[in-house]
Design a protein around this ligand. Sequence first.
Ligand code: ACM
Ligand code: ZN
Length: 487
Amino acid sequence: MYLCPEPKKLELNGGYYYFTVGEEPEISEKITPMLSHKESYRITIDAKGVHIEGASDVGVYYARLTLKQIRMNYRGCLPYLYIYDEPEYSYRGFMIDSCRHFFTAAEIKRMIDGAALFKFNKFHFHLSDDQGFRVEIESYPQLTTVGSVRPSSDFGRGENDKNPYGGYYTKAELKEIVDYCKERYIEVIPEFDIPGHTSAVVASYPELSCKGEKIDPKTTAGIFSDILCGGNPETLKMIKAVTDEMCEIFTGKYFHIGGDEAPKKNWNMCPVCKEKIQELGLKNSEELHGWLVNEVAMHLKKKGKKTICWNEAIRGGNVEHDSVTVAWWMDKTNATLNWANGGNPTIVESFTPYYADYPYGMHSLKSVYLYNPRKIKGLTSLGAASIIGIESPVWTEYIRDFKKLSQMCFPRWIAVADTAWNGNDNKNYAKFLKNVAFYCDILKEYGIVCADEGEWNILPHNRLSQMASFFGNVLSKGFVEQLLHKD
Ligand code: ACM
Ligand code: ZN
């Protein structure tokens, strides 16, 4: 039987419960709160039908989801069995960047359908970046009238499009996505990336940058120094207004405030930033970034939210430990390792192998499947216990359409889902590959195209040609240089 993620405990008891094809089996459901984790559940199938027990409504939901997968394996009968199941990680995330290339609400829902089948419970929606701001905001309307459209696109070989490129989600569309996720017990975590990756914001309101110069949203990939002025009170005012409006739409527990790749070149020269550093008694611009994180996190806390930030945001060393959860993607300074080892909540999104926009020849399906987030070099047992979950982001500089998006993410996200639910104790790659073949067929019915087996189950010469084609695309744009950027 193909189940993914596989349940923690599965006993087949011999025999089958039969029911008429096209009709529903007998199903009883109840909530049994003494089960260990609120997402845990039990399923028994016997001669009388299917008996579901969940620790809570979400446990019952996951039992139904497992039953749905069991039913994909059989017609008109179900095997007698007993299942007990609970997740390893409470945070099981996938991230989509809809800034570099824009995906419609209908396309986003299709990706959610695919992820939901494998028990993901967090959808991190990357909605603001240098190349486009994607949320309708009434208090700062230029964020979409100006910031959602870039004048052209040049993301590497094969694209040098002189046409304007734009798109944003209305509040109604975003609320619909949030409701769609709620039905699937998935929390949508919006990201407003500050203070860097904000060229689209600066294009909309140039007075919020240190230089105050008019710029366009960016048309290429990269890390840009046109960031928001950290010392200007109008910056914080805008951030609070935008997060307030976003919190009305996104009603979950978490809010992501970015914080990655924010070069401090302009801050170090800006009299307003320098004065603020002095006024607050801070040592440097990294501490100014930390101060900004604390201010925004406090604002969000008052609204009942928890803040997530990318790992660069804690480099200054002054982010308050109880105010944020850190998303660990690339830790150049050991600040994140120390953060986790200090017992502070951390989500592992390791660039290698969890970045889904890299070719399978580089971040192989096997490496994703076997990656152990609790065994990162240097993690202590307290550090390992501080990993609340994992997430696989897909960045879309080089992903221009839905088919490519779905192929980069599937079957890779099935492997991520397996670790998110089951941890690393019972890995069996050969068995997992059989599940992958089965679910890639099923996903077609969801409108999702998995990468071909030839792409992810890769032969050495294909690996080379995949990497050559990927790096041929990006090398010309100085991408590797950017990757190694010492910001
Ligand atoms: C990131 O990849 N800049 C989070
Ligand atoms: Zn400044």
